[in-house]
Design a protein around this ligand. Structure first.
Ligand code: PMP
Length: 445
């Protein structure tokens, strides 16, 4: 299946002598022989340094919500350059962007800017601890909140009784930090009630991605979110909603608008500036006002004028045009098309989350949590994704990662994607049957 990665592979080997794995983020290393290097990105497409063209459904894990190299956003960024750089002095546009965010996200009574999603969640967590005077926080299994010690934990089932223990996601995370972390499965109200009964008065924060952007897009149910909100209120726990992936994508007001929940604090990044580096800590004025002499937040590059100008334009387009509605409509048609191909081959499947960042899970029923995803045919999915990549459709070769759609994806992309999906699915099924002839998928016709 045809693409050559000669230059990419050669570059990876040379780069690996100077950059660990030859890349600047672990997630950009897809293995020797499969790691891409970007030459150019425009609209919904990217080109690697071998000249291979791809329709991109990764979009850098979401940021390019309007498409790459968006002319109006880039023109705004150029205006931002005219300011002259990072001066360690605030610029007037911070207020404009804060107001734009406040107009779309009711919970964003006040706003501060940082550079990455990690920074925004980290600052929110510290702020919650400062506000409550408590040190512990709870998170949901399958959630991802960045690369800092307090959130790099996952639950592992141990023993026959199914009880879980939390373990660090990385070497180098101090085990001591784990004493401050609690985890619960998504959409299990009973476990949630237990957690608050036992630890509610020690928790500073409950941290949740209401649509798990790093776990197929599995959404929290409205009932679960209602219970979370109620328990946080009852126990004085700050509800932090991580909208790093969902913000300014699944709805103008993010997952909070879509699922009808209001955060005390929330974190945004990715789509805010269509990919220019900026993130947002937002929330209740009484909590946000604690930022000051006793709770530091900031940084040399915070609210960089280039990113800020790009954010103002991106948010204006999201607020004033039908960009998000078009993204959602494209996502639905993409899912209908892929669904029809899988159905005709007898492959049980469900689409998860929101069409603008939808997961494809090869299983007969909707996953309600990470534990359900583990029961799906994710290896077959991964094989299909690898074939799609070879054919020029770029989705993450890992079924935990949803497909991201931009406002630049058009009819031609859809047609091409579905033609290639048919080829990729058939090729993956052929391999699957050769390797595991007893497997049912694809047998029912
Ligand atoms: N929260 C969520 C939900 C994310 O998906 C990510 C990144 N994928 C982060 C936080 C961290 O953001 P960043 O990579 O900008 O630090």
């Amino acid at each position: 299946m045809g693409r050559s990665l000669t230059r990419c592979n050669e570059h990876q080997r040379r780069a690996a002598k100077h950059l660990p794995l030859g890349v600047s983020s672990n997630y950009r290393f897809w293995g020797e022989g499969r790691t891409l290097y970007l030459a150019k990105a425009r609209g919904p497409r990217i080109w690697d340094i071998d000249g291979n063209e791809y329709i991109d459904y990764r979009l850098g894990y979401g940021p390019a919500v309007l498409g790459y190299a968006h002319p109006e956003v880039d023109a705004a960024a150029r205006e931002g350059i005219e300011i002259g750089g990072t001066s360690g002095i605030s610029t007037e546009r911070e207020l404009e962007v804060a107001q734009r965010i406040g107009a779309m996200v009711p919970a964003a009574e006040m706003v501060r800017f940082a550079n990455s999603g990690t920074e925004a969640v980290m600052a929110s967590l510290r702020l919650a601890r400062a506000f409550t005077g408590r040190s512990m926080h709870a998170m949901v299994e399958g959630g991802f909140h960045g690369l800092f010690d307090a959130v790099l934990w996952r639950s592992e089932v141990c023993g026959a009784d199914g009880h879980t223990e939390i373990v660090p996601e990385s070497e180098g995370v101090p085990l001591l930090v784990g004493q401050l972390v609690q985890q619960v499965p998504l959409n299990d109200c009973e476990r949630l009630e237990d957690l608050f009964r036992c630890k509610g008065d020690q928790l500073a924060a409950f941290l949740i991605e209401p649509i798990q952007g790093n776990c197929c897009g599995i959404p929290a149910t409205p009932e679960y979110l209602e219970t979370v909100r109620k328990l946080c209120d009852r126990h004085g726990v700050v509800l932090i909603i991580d909208e790093v992936k969902t913000g300014f994508r699944v709805a103008r007001g993010g997952a909070q608008e879509l699922l009808g929940v209001r955060a005390d604090l929330c974190a945004f990044a990715k789509a805010v500036a269509n990919g220019y580096p900026i993130s947002v800590i937002a929330g209740r004025a009484d909590i946000m006002r604690r930022l000051g002499p006793t709770v530091p937040q900031g940084g040399t590059y915070a609210a960089h004028p280039v990113s800020l100008a790009a954010a103002a334009k991106t948010l204006q387009i999201i607020a004033e045009t039908d960009a998000l509605a078009r993204i959602e409509a494209y996502g639905r048609r993409l899912q209908q098309g892929i669904g029809a191909i899988l159905k005709s081959r007898g492959v049980p499947h469900v689409f998860v989350g929101h069409p603008s960042m939808g997961g494809i899970v090869l299983s007969a029923r909707q996953p309600r949590s990470l534990r359900d995803w583990e029961q799906s045919e994710y290896e077959l999915y991964n094989a299909m994704a690898a074939k799609l990549n070879d054919l020029g459709v770029l989705c993450e070769p890992d079924s935990m990662e949803p497909w991201f759609v931009s406002a630049a994806h058009d009819e031609r992309c859809l047609r091409e994607t579905l033609e290639k999906a048919e080829l990729a699915i058939d090729a993956a099924l052929d391999e699957w049957h050769e390797e595991s002839p007893e497997s049912g998928a694809g047998g029912a016709g």
